[in-house]
Design a protein around this ligand. Structure first.
Ligand SMILES: Cc1cc2nc3c(=O)[nH]c(=O)nc-3n(C[C@H](O)[C@H](O)[C@H](O)COP(=O)(O)OP(=O)(O)OC[C@H]3O[C@@H](n4cnc5c(N)ncnc54)[C@H](O)[C@@H]3O)c2cc1C
Length: 295
């Protein structure tokens, strides 16, 4: 199917993109990789009157470490994240699971975050890792905690005329690890179940910070605060992880469909949370500086 008629504008700067958005926010959409927007327009689920193409803004095509976080610009493709040595933990683990190579070469993390698809992989990972979204609008730049950015099904908290310019993922200073476990029917598919886990350890070996995010088994990407709170301040043990996994499964709200029953999906959430926490802990131990090193 063909999309409805629209006006096309290629932005020459961020300011130009923001000005075009602010002119008619209800009828204007940013075009990044087009891997969600174009299919939606072809299916006539979306029919914006104007697209503002940001693909000429090469200054936004970066994945880099700076000031204690990894910064991902609005034009960094999923494939750039797969290739980056700067990302670790749950983010590095999730990148190869997003779609297939064709989509990864074109689609962007920021586009996926802004799109807020409940089956998109990135938002649960960013909830687990405590990311921040940087938005720019007619009134300048502001930072939005990812928990405040995701407000519903295909719904973010951007103000009228704002676009996302960057996502910032904190880099823990101590031992840490994280994993994204995804169950998909076939390679490149959206998640039947997705669980992101993230752990940071204190000097005494207790859990200093924990993050758990869910994909596809909740109405929209959700942070499982109850389970995170059970973990923080505790010594990591199998029993503790089992309790946190049960709490995560209880907090999920899967539906029976062609991909599986509600009960089966909830069980996968439990298993993936336990596995994810165990892998995150292994990574955290491996990332601890070893004494007596001559390096
Ligand atoms: C065959 C196929 C399989 C897929 N499988 C998966 C999968 O397994 N997992 C997964 O997570 N995703 C999957 N996707 C979705 C896709 O990876 C992402 O949703 C997509 O990459 C989003 O990024 P984009 O740059 O293409 O955004 P676009 O399609 O260009 O835009 C998406 C939405 O975000 C808005 N937007 C984009 N950039 C900005 C910005 N900087 N500021 C404000 N708003 C913005 C647009 O206006 C639009 O509303 C799949 C897509 C396809 C076609």
């Amino acid at each position: 199917m063909f999309p409805a008629t629209y006006e096309y504008l290629r932005a020459g700067s961020i300011d130009e993109a923001v000005a075009a958005l602010a002119e008619d926010p209800d009828e204007t959409r940013i075009l990044a990789g087009g891997q969600s927007l174009i299919p939606m327009m072809k299916l006539r689920f979306a029919y914006p009157e104007r697209l503002v193409d940001i693909n000429g803004l090469h200054e936004l095509a970066y994945v880099r470490r700076e000031n204690g976080h990894v910064a991902v610009g609005a034009l960094a493709r999923h494939a750039d994240i797969v290739a980056s040595d700067d990302v670790t933990g749950a983010v590095a683990s999730a990148a190869p699971w997003v779609a297939d190579p064709l989509v990864r070469n074109r689609g962007t993390l920021v586009g996926s975050v802004a799109h807020c698809d409940p089956e998109g992989d990135w938002n649960s990972v960013l909830l687990a890792t405590g990311a921040t979204v940087v938005a720019q609008g007619p009134n300048g730049r502001r930072e939005i905690d990812i928990t405040d950015f995701i407000v519903g099904l295909f719904e973010n908290s951007l103000d009228e005329g704002e676009m996302v310019v960057e996502v910032r993922i904190p880099v823990p200073s101590g031992p840490s690890g994280g994993v994204y476990n995804k169950l998909e029917r076939k390679i490149g598919d959206y998640a039947t179940v997705g669980v992101a886990t993230h752990l940071e350890l204190a000097d005494d070996g207790t859990i200093a910070a924990a993050g758990i995010g869910l994909t596809s088994v909740v109405p929209y990407a959700t942070k499982v605060t109850e389970a995170e709170e059970m973990l923080v301040g505790q010594m990591p043990t199998e029993e503790l992880f089992a309790d946190a996994a049960s709490a995560t499964a209880a907090a999920s709200n899967p539906h029976t469909d062609v991909r599986g029953t509600e009960k089966w999906k909830r069980n996968i959430v439990d298993v993936y949370t336990r596995r994810g926490l165990a892998s995150a802990l292994d990574q955290a131990h491996a990332s601890e500086p070893t004494t007596g090193s001559t390096a």
